[in-house]
Design a protein around this ligand. Structure first.
Ligand code: SDX
Length: 393
C-alpha cells in the first residue's frame, strides 16, 4: 500500500473469507476496488470498465476494453421464451419479486450447457449476467406498466441502453438519450458495483459453495439485497423523506430514530462497517447536486435530505454511535430525477451489484473451496427423553 495510507495485508489473510476484489477501511472511510479508490473510479471510469477491473483484477487496455464491451453487447438480448415468466406475476408485483423469479429462471435456459468447473463456462456466465440484467430490469418495469418491452440497442452504451429500454417505446422513433442522465446512471452503477462481503455477496458465495449454478446464486443475492436493512434502504429513504414531508418535522423523526422502543431507523444512515463517512455517499451527494443543477430540478426532498443529514450529524446519539449517511441516502433522489420510480430503486442496486456478486463467485470457484457451513452456538434444551402424548399435561 502506498500514498496516504497503509494497510496490513496480514490482517487480510486472517479474514473469515479471503478476497482480492474490494478493500474497505470502515474507520477511515476508504473503499478500494482492486486497489483503486472508488472516488477515482467514479470520476474517471465507466461501469463496464469497472466490471472488467472487478472480474480480471486490472484496468483494461483500449483493445481489451473494446473487446469486453463487444462481448457484453452480444449478450444483452434474452431468450424470447423468458418473457412468459413475467406473465405469472400480477402487474403490481414488486419488481424485486419479479427479478428474483426471472433471474433464477435463467438457470432453466443456460444451466444444462454449463459446467462451472470450466473457467470459460464461468466467464461466459458472468458476461451473460452482466449483459442481461439491464434488459430484465427494464422488462420488469415495462411489465409493471403494461407497456411493450423494449429490445436492447447495441449501438448505445450500457447506461444509454438501459435508459432506452426503460423509457423507449416501439411506437416512437428512438429519442436521443440525455447524456447527463446516462452519465448519472452509469456513475450510480459504479458506486453500487461491489462492497466486499456484505449480506447479499455472502449469500451468493454461500449458494455458490454448494455448486449451484450462477443464475440461481445471483437470484439468491437479489433476494438477500431486497431487505430494507440492505439494498432495500434506497427505496425506504424516499418513503421516509415522503413521510417526514418538511424540515419542520425532522426533529420528530430524529427522536423516533433515537427511541430504543421505536423500531424506526433513519434510513440511509449507519453501516455495519463504516464508522465514518461512506465514501460512496459523498460521491453520490456531489452527483446529486450536479444532476439536479444540470437538469434544472429544484427537488425539495434534496433540501430535506441535506437538512436531515446536518441535524443528525450534529446529534450526540448519532455521533456517539458513528452513524453517517451511507450509499443509499442520496441515491434515490438522483434516481427520481432520472425518472425512475421508487419501486425500481433496489432493482437498480441489484443490476449494478451483479458484477460484484459474480466476481466473488468467480474468485471463490477459481481456487479450491469447501461448501460453506457457518457453525452455531447451541442454546436450546439439553438431552431429554420423549414423553408420550397421554403423559403430557
Ligand atoms: C447497505 O454491508 C454492506 O456493505 C451493505 C452495503 C453494500 O454496499 O452492500 O453498504 C449496502 O446495506 C447499506 C446500509 C443500508 N441500510 C440502511 O440504511 C438502513 C438503516 N441502517 C440501519 O438499519 C443500520 O445502520 C444497519 C442495518 C445498516 C447496521 O445496523 P447495525 O449493525 O445494528 O448498526 P450498528 O451496530 O452500528 O448500531 C449501533 C447503534 C445501535 O444502537 P445501540 O444498540 O447502540 O443503542 O446504532 C443504532 C443501533 O440501534 N443505529 C441506528 C441506525 N443504525 C444503527 N439508530 C437509528 N437509525 C439508524 N439508521
Amino acid at each position: 500500500a502506498t500514498n496516504h495510507f497503509t494497510f496490513d495485508p496480514g490482517f487480510m489473510s486472517t479474514a473469515a473469507c479471503e478476497s482480492k476484489i474490494t478493500y474497505i477501511d470502515g474507520d477511515k472511510g476508504i473503499l478500494l476496488h482492486r486497489g483503486y479508490p472508488i472516488e477515482q473510479l467514479a470520476q474517471h471510469s465507466d461501469y463496464l470498465e469497472v466490471c472488467y477491473l472487478l472480474l480480471n483484477g486490472e484496468l483494461p487496455s483500449a483493445r481489451e476494453k473494446a473487446q469486453f464491451v463487444d462481448i457484453i453487447k452480444n449478450h444483452t438480448m434474452v431468450h424470447e421464451q423468458l418473457k412468459s415468466f413475467f406473465n405469472g406475476f400480477r402487474r403490481d408485483a414488486h419488481p424485486m419479486a419479479v427479478m428474483c423469479g426471472v433471474v433464477g429462471a435463467l438457470s432453466a435456459f443456460y444451466h444444462d450447457s454449463l459446467d462451472i468447473t470450466k473457467p470459460r463456462h464461468r466467464e461466459v456466465s458472468a458476461m451473460r449476467l452482466i449483459a442481461k440484467m439491464p434488459t430484465i430490469a427494464a422488462m420488469a418495469y415495462k411489465y409493471s406498466l403494461g407497456e411493450p418491452m423494449m429490445y436492447p440497442r447495441n449501438n448505445l452504451s450500457y447506461a444509454e441502453n438501459f435508459l432506452h429500454m426503460m423509457f423507449g417505446s416501439p411506437c416512437e422513433p428512438d429519442k436521443p438519450i440525455n447524456p447527463v442522465l446516462a452519465r448519472a446512471i452509469d456513475r450510480i452503477f459504479i458506486l453500487h458495483a461491489d462492497h466486499e462481503q456484505n449480506a447479499s455477496t455472502s449469500t451468493v458465495r454461500l449458494a455458490g459453495s454448494s455448486g449451484a449454478n450462477p443464475f440461481a446464486c445471483i437470484a439468491a443475492g437479489i433476494a438477500a439485497l431486497w431487505g430494507p436493512a440492505h439494498g432495500g434502504a434506497n427505496e425506504a429513504v424516499l418513503n421516509m423523506l415522503e413521510e417526514i414531508g418538511s424540515v419542520e418535522h425532522i426533529e420528530r423523526f430524529i427522536a423516533k430514530a433515537k427511541d430504543p422502543n421505536d423500531p424506526f431507523r433513519l434510513m440511509g444512515f449507519g453501516h455495519r462497517v463504516y464508522k465514518s463517512f461512506d465514501p460512496r455517499a459523498q460521491v453520490m451527494k456531489r452527483t446529486c447536486d450536479a444532476v439536479l443543477t444540470e437538469l434544472g430540478i429544484d427537488d425539495p426532498q434534496l433540501e430535506l435530505a441535506v437538512r436531515l443529514e446536518e441535524i443528525a450529524l450534529a446529534d450526540p446519539y448519532f455521533k456517539e454511535r458513528n452513524l453517517y449517511p451511507n450509499v443509499d441516502f442520496y441515491s434515490g433522489i438522483i434516481l427520481k430525477a432520472i425518472g425512475i420510480p421508487t419501486s425500481m430503486f433496489t432493482v437498480i442496486f441489484a443490476l449494478a451489484r451483479t458484477v460484484g456478486w459474480i466476481s466473488h463467485w468467480q474468485e471463490m470457484l477459481s481456487a479450491p473451496y469447501k461448501i460453506g457451513r457457518p457453525r452455531q452456538l447451541y442454546t436450546g434444551s439439553a438431552l431429554r427423553d420423549f414423553v408420550p402424548l397421554e403423559r403430557r399435561n
